[in-house]
Design a protein around this ligand. Structure first.
Ligand SMILES: [Zn+2]
Length: 575
């Protein structure tokens, strides 16, 4: 066992346990949960934010003093000394932190400013090395540590002085107080309910091009990998994208006002560049797509999902009833369950209730997080990788959000109150985003291209040259363009992969993985020093990739359902 998540179930906030979901999202394998007093044979403990009584705090301090590594999310104030901190007794909320130029912070993240919409304990430094400071975003003042690392006894300890899991959920899912069923539920005064409303006054528009939640998560996983590098067993991580690619793309669009020939034109542009497209079809447009058309579309590898429409500002009950009727109609006409979804006008009821309604209807991937008023394009919910929803009580939903990052309507029209772009500027912004996702953020480039923009007889811009340029650029940069369905299958298939056995002898690491459903192009990051790999006895040369700022070796294979797969990793190139 490389690391253990140690907790006592007395969570400081309902979302504190989302830290474990984060470890799954990051693809960390082979860890377990256990209680504080059960003792652990692992060299590293990950500590979510719980209320720990004194005897448990003492046990954790002893673990570090005895040579263990402790990585803690908002640890108890009374453990401050372990982390090289001195409590001030004060708490701040909704601040910014700036990542330091410290060896434990990856080079390409140093100097980044990130929002932290959670409560944080204010400490004075007392020997801890500061990996991030709380800062004033305008003045740049840095006085209180936000993340510290400290040698204690024979071990070392890292503290995030805020609850990282709580911070991620807030960055991902926005403000409950601005949900459609709350008093402040229409912050833009538009009379309709969108996910964008949840982020007005939360997301600092200056940071809309930084996937802040993904960066927070990446720093935590980097620290875990660094801790593992000092232990006998390395951390095994499944890369979050298929085949170990640095970035993926999913091109989607809604059927609003389209004709059949508009869809054909979009499909042919994307197919020419080797990509696939996913259409969200409104109930009123089902005449445009017969069941055999839908079969042909899916056989060609494209996606088809539902485009819900129940009005601009439905109640939760209206949405539940309307969505159920529309999903049932879709299944009756086309004979399959739509896995992916975007709502017309991205209407979103409640804080997480819309997600619950979608998951009740079998949707596994949603794209409603769509930058709108005040943001226009970028990472509305702080993520390009995507994330799993969690409810108010901390229970995860079987629904993944793959945020839409840019759209024809918001980039080319002035509906977001920000100046629209020309077509050339939109193409340039798209290329910049694809570069950033490939070279730095490792996320999913997800534009919304409505087929109706293939019209040439109206006042709006004809967007075929944009789609063509962007698809060609994805191809040039080696960014595969998958349907939302294929991507959803990968996300959930990978989520269910388990490490069932791991042992290391000399320079050879043997492990066995098991998957509940097939996962095409599942990819494992080779730990440092490992050079060769075989999958079920077949030598499988790892590929070199620049990921997270350095060269990594990745071995990828098609993971079968319900059949254990054995991997042998070796420090020699030929296992
Ligand atoms: Zn629509």
């Amino acid at each position: 066992m490389l690391f253990t998540v140690v907790h006592n179930g007395r969570w400081r906030t309902p979302w504190a346990r989302y830290l474990m979901e984060m470890l799954h999202t990051a693809g960390c394998l082979g860890w377990t949960e256990q209680g504080v007093m059960e003792g652990t044979t692992a060299g590293t403990i990950v500590l979510p934010a719980c209320w720990f009584p004194p005897e448990e705090q003492n046990a954790l301090s002893d673990f570090v003093a005895g040579g263990g590594t402790l990585i803690a999310s908002r640890p108890p104030l009374t453990m401050a000394q372990v982390f090289g901190l001195k409590p001030t007794g004060r708490i701040l909320r909704e601040q910014y932190l700036r990542l330091s130029a410290h060896a434990l912070v990856p080079d390409e993240l140093q100097g980044l400013t990130l929002q932290c919409p959670s409560a944080m304990d204010l400490y004075d430094p007392a020997g801890g090395e500061v990996l991030a400071w709380w800062c004033d975003p305008l003045e740049g003042l840095e006085r209180y540590p936000a993340i510290v690392a400290h040698a204690h006894g024979r071990g070392w300890a890292v503290a995030f002085t805020f609850d990282l899991a709580d911070c991620l959920v807030r960055l991902h899912q926005g403000l409950i107080s601005q949900a459609s069923d709350q008093r402040e539920g229409d912050p833009c005064g538009m009379g309709w309910a969108k996910p964008n409303d949840l982020f007005v006054s939360l997301l600092d528009a200056r940071l809309r091009l930084v996937p802040q939640a993904d960066v927070h998560q990446r720093l935590f996983v980097h620290l875990l990998e660094t801790a593992a590098a000092q232990r006998a067993l390395p951390l095994l991580r499944l890369w979050h994208l298929p085949g170990g690619v640095p970035a993926l793309a999913t091109f989607t669009g809604d059927s609003d006002g389209m004709k059949r020939e508009h869809l054909e034109e979009v499909l042919s542009i994307i197919e020419r560049q080797g990509g696939r497209y996913t259409l969200y079809l409104m109930e009123e447009h089902r005449d445009l797509m017969t069941p055999s058309d839908a079969d042909a579309l899916r056989r060609a590898g494209h996606g088809l999902g539902h485009h819900t429409w129940v009005g601009f500002s439905p109640t939760i009950a209206d949405m539940r009833e309307g969505a159920r009727r529309q999903f049932d109609g879709f299944k009756e006409r086309y004979g399959f369950q739509p896995l992916s979804h975007r709502g017309h006008c991205c209407i979103w009821v409640g804080w997480v209730e819309q997600g619950r309604i979608l998951s009740e209807n079998g949707v596994r991937l949603d794209s409603n997080h769509y930058p709108y008023v005040h943001s226009q394009y970028g990472f509305l919910s702080g993520s390009g990788q995507g994330f799993r929803f969690v409810d108010e009580g901390g229970d995860p939903l079987d629904l993944w959000e793959q945020p839409t990052l840019m759209s024809d309507d918001c980039m080319l029209q002035d509906k977001t109150f920000l100046p629209p772009f020309t077509l050339d500027q939109a193409i340039e912004r798209s290329r910049e985003m694809i570069d950033a996702l490939t070279d730095r953020w490792h996320g999913v480039y997800h534009p919304c291209f409505h087929p109706v923009y293939m019209r040439t007889d109206w006042q709006y811009v004809y967007t075929a040259p944009w789609i063509e340029a962007v698809a060609a650029y994805c191809r040039e940069r080696g960014v595969p363009m998958w349907s939302a369905e294929a991507w959803a299958a990968f996300v959930w298939g990978r989520r269910a992969v388990r490490l069932v056995h791991q042992e290391q002898q000399g320079g050879t690491l043997r492990c066995t993985l098991h998957a509940r459903q097939a996962v095409p192009q599942l990819a494992l990051l080779l730990p440092d020093q490992f050079r060769g790999a075989s999958v079920d006895g077949v030598p499988t040369p790892p590929q070199k990739r620049i990921l997270e700022g350095r060269e990594r070796l990745v071995v990828a294979w098609d993971m079968p359902a319900d059949v254990p797969v054995s991997l042998v990793l070796s420090k020699e190139e030929k296992p």
